[in-house]
Design a binder for this molecule. Structure first.
Ligand code: PMT
Length: 402
């Protein structure tokens, strides 16, 4: 399995002898499906050339904090936002000290301050330096701040010493990094997710639909699989690739989506309605292409079934989560939908803002339950989906405890 598919990883390389292994690490992470961008400290460049890592990663290598050209291409704040995870391997004692003190004196340490992604450190140093009280105290401090530590390993060191301090094996680092994306929060759960638009035919070549790309729903499907769920994704007509281990059922109209949802509903533990379902469909679908006629044309529309409301009111109902796409009075309308549709939770997004909502890479949402609301600020739909799935898992487990 490509366990790092769609993951954006910054590999920070610092100046230790194990820096030569970073070339292998770039390859290993990419082979597991990740996109990798490399950030090097200036002393790392003494051990391995930026050109090597640039060629392997397929992206420019970032070194200087004050390089105006590099900042114009992708500045340190953009890099910090881009990352799903920052892996520092090898991490020297000196870098761990900078991380511990929160100093932002080079690009890599500044980026660590600016990112909200998980920081992972694979230490590599002489065994005496590893045992040193300063290093151990820095280690304790960064663990307390949420940094994850991989290794170090024990064995023969480049300097001839034997002991703890070798960088963990590259393959092992890749496995451990992949494990960090798997939360197991939804182990054993069956989740159904609807995504994308529905299309309502007017005639054989025309339809009514909307701008939904499916990005939000597909990101949720991927995040749910990573959290251990069995996922059935009911997808309207979109061009998104199917995430691994997701059962995808393609549909076109609201009637198709309704039928697919109810066919797969038995034994479903959670339902997430992220699809932009057409509320109405033409009363008549012409068998042949409608010909141009008068200056005006009237199309009679009839109501579609409200899929999520029917799911939420089914006898053996799953934990039911809706989305509310609103252009104004977002929270007020979302609260109404939460009640009217009998949902457990609703995720409100403002689709008047072109930077978020329909067909954008980012979203910003407010998750509303009957006990309160949480704002999840603007971020990529991939990151947002992971955060939402963690939160939904928590609410779902609480609901089961009564
Ligand atoms: O697909 P993307 O381009 O990534 O865009 C994501 C999104 C903006 C589509 C997504 O974040 C979102 O807001 N989805 C819900 C869109 C919508 O139809 O919202 P609504 O407020 O009209 O519907 C409320 C809820 O009822 C939704 O869960 C919807 O799936 C459900 N519904 C609506 C009508 C209907 N007939 N049946 C339904 O199940």
């Amino acid at each position: 399995m490509n366990r790092l598919t769609n993951k954006q990883i910054i590999l920070g390389v610092t100046g230790g002898i194990a820096a030569y292994k970073s070339a292998e690490l770039v390859r290993g992470l990419q082979k597991a499906g990740a996109s990798v961008r490399v950030v090097m400290t200036s002393s790392a460049c003494e051990f391995v050339t930026p050109l090597t890592l640039q060629a392997l990663s397929g992206n420019p290598v970032h070194i200087d904090l004050l390089d105006t050209d590099a900042e114009a291409a992708m500045g340190h704040i953009e890099l910090a936002r881009w990352a799903d995870l920052v892996l520092i391997a090898p991490a020297t004692a000196s870098f761990m000290s900078r991380l511990s003190s929160g100093s932002g004196e080079d690009l890599l340490s500044t980026l660590c301050l600016a990112t909200d992604a998980q920081i992972v450190v694979a230490p590599s140093m002489n065994q005496a330096m590893w045992r040193d009280a300063f290093t151990q105290s820095n280690l304790e401090n960064i663990i307390e701040k949420g940094v994850k530590i991989l290794g170090p390993d024990e064995g023969q060191q480049a300097c001839g010493d034997v002991g703890l301090g070798r960088m963990l094996d590259v393959d092992q680092i890749v496995i451990e990094v992949a494990n960090l994306f798997e939360s197991h929060a939804l182990n054993g759960c069956h989740i159904m997710i609807t995504a994308g638009p529905t299309r309502e035919a007017l005639d054989p070549v025309r339809y009514i639909s909307n701008e939904s790309s499916g990005k939000m729903g597909f990101a949720l499907a991927q995040a749910a699989v990573e959290a251990g769920a069995k996922v059935t994704l009911i997808a309207g007509p979109v061009q998104q690739p199917t995430p691994e281990h997701v059962q995808r059922i393609n549909v076109v109209s609201t009637a198709d989506m309704h039928a697919a949802v109810f066919e797969h509903l038995p034994n479903c533990d959670m339902f997430i309605g992220s699809a932009a379902v057409a509320d109405y469909r033409p009363a008549q679908v012409a068998e042949r292409k409608i010909k141009k006629g008068d200056q005006t044309m009237t199309i009679e529309l009839v109501r579609n079934p409200d899929i999520i409301a029917e799911v939420a009111n089914a006898s053996a109902r799953p934990f039911t989560v809706g989305f509310a796409a609103e252009t104004n009075d977002v929270i007020e309308y979302a609260n109404k939908k939460l009640e009217q549709k009998n949902l457990d939770l609703i995720i409100a997004n403002n689709v008047a803002d072109k930077q978020i909502g329909f067909n954008s890479d980012d979203n910003e949402v407010t998750m509303i339950s009957r006990s309160g609301s949480t704002l999840l600020p603007k971020m990529s739909k991939t990151k947002l989906a992971r955060q939402l799935i963690e939160q939904l898992a928590r609410h779902y487990l609480l609901s089961k405890q009564g």
